[in-house]
Design a protein around this ligand. Structure first.
Ligand code: ATP
Ligand code: MG
Length: 367
């Protein structure tokens, strides 16, 4: 089934004083000059997923300068019925989130209700930056699919923090060394679960992203993604990985005690991305990096549909720059009938698109 926004209403959100939008069911093009509010609009829709902004920053930054409070409201179709979600932010007040007018404990309560996939130029860091960006990406995707994984991640982080604190404390109280075994066991147990979840997710994502990338590059290039769990041998079952991690923690113990930090475990893992066998980060061109991140994002959307039975809304901010004509055409015509919001400065980028609805933004207002 298709998740779809039928009505969107923003008030005092960034540079948008008030905006009411009735998007179409499929492609919606938001165009306008630089600094008119296109990314702001995409950001507002993204916040309805319950996640934090892909731009970083504080909730208070979302409020239009000079206003007291910002709000984002949407009527959307999901689970075969019309629903509403609304958010309100203000400087110095807690974010308010409601689903079907019922207050939620926090914005995160919207996670898994309204689902969307977002691509913005900030996401190119997935291809260009270090492993933590890729771990965050995989974790974010799995969290949208499984609340149990959210709890698992927070258990792991807490355990890691406690082990690191203990490593530092042992320098002053050597008798605490005996308690380290318990934390190693716990970390290995939770670490093995995280590693299995991520490795399974990445394997499924990689298969779909590989197909999409082949389409984007008209079959000329081959994209691959692989979960790389530290120095562990490939293909370990959960129990084997747990034993490997426990052993690795023990081997690293002397170094960890000196550094006061844990040097092995899923918090150090990576997802290796490559095109034609070459590391995307080290050797990929800008167009290849952009194509790969897009392929991963579109694969994320297809996988969410396979696993949740709902096809997420796709948000594409400034996606067309650096892509050649062939790649643009493929992208525009292979969005699988999802509801898509796509921004651009230059309306001509979309000449090959059949159908779709267009909106022009000027100084935060539709014109
Ligand atoms: P580009 O094509 O350059 O990406 P854009 O249309 O995506 O432009 P946005 O990033 O949406 O532009 O930002 C539009 C403007 O919003 C910026 O000029 C910025 O100064 C302004 N802005 C951001 N936050 C606020 C805020 N809290 N209050 C008022 N204006 C804001
Ligand atoms: Mg922008």
């Amino acid at each position: 089934m298709l998740v779809r926004i039928d009505r969107l209403h923003l008030r005092d959100f960034r540079n948008i004083a008030e905006l009411e939008l009735q998007p179409g069911e499929h492609v919606n093009i938001i165009h306008g000059d630089n600094a008119q509010g296109k990314t702001n609009l995409i950001e507002a829709v993204w916040l309805l997923t319950g996640a934090k902004s892909f731009r970083g920053g504080r909730d208070a930054d979302l409020v239009r300068f000079g206003a007291a409070c910002a709000s984002v409201e949407a009527a959307f179709f999901r689970d075969g019925r019309e629903q509403t979600a609304d958010l309100a932010f203000g400087a110095g007040v807690k974010k308010r989130a409601r689903l079907n007018e019922i207050p939620l404990p926090s914005g995160a309560g919207l996670a898994g209700v309204f689902c969307a996939v977002v691509f913005s130029p900030a996401h190119l860091s997935l291809a260009q930056d270090g492993p933590s960006e890729r771990r965050r990406f995989a974790d974010g995707c799995i969290c949208q699919l499984s609340p149990r994984y959210i709890a698992l991640l927070s258990d792991y982080s807490r355990t890691l923090l406690q082990r690191n604190t203990l490593l530092k404390d042992i320098a002053y109280a050597p008798s605490l060394l005996d308690t380290l075994d318990v934390w190693d066991e716990r970390l290995a147990e939770l670490g093995a679960l995280i590693c299995r979840n991520r490795a399974e997710y990445v394997a499924r994502l990689a298969a779909l992203a590989g197909e999409i990338y082949a389409g984007i590059s008209a079959g000329r290039e081959r994209f691959a993604a692989r979960y790389a769990p530290g120095g562990a041998p490939e293909g370990l079952a959960r129990g084997e990985y747990r034993a490997w991690l426990l052993e690795a923690l023990r081997r690293a113990r002397a170094d960890d005690l000196r550094a006061g930090a844990t040097s092995v475990g899923p918090h150090r893992d990576d997802i290796e991305l490559s095109v034609d066998g070459l590391s995307l980060r080290g050797f990929g061109s800008q167009g290849q990096q952009r194509s790969a991140v897009l392929a991963l994002k579109l694969a994320e959307s297809r996988l969410a549909e396979q696993m949740l039975g709902e096809r997420p809304v796709i948000l594409l901010d400034d996606v067309m720059s650096e892509l050649d004509g062939g790649r643009r055409d493929y992208l525009l015509n292979h969005l699988d009938g999802s509801q898509v919001f796509i921004t651009c400065c230059d309306r001509q980028s979309f000449d090959s698109l059949q159908g779709g609805r267009e909106f022009e933004l000027k100084a935060g207002a539709l014109c």
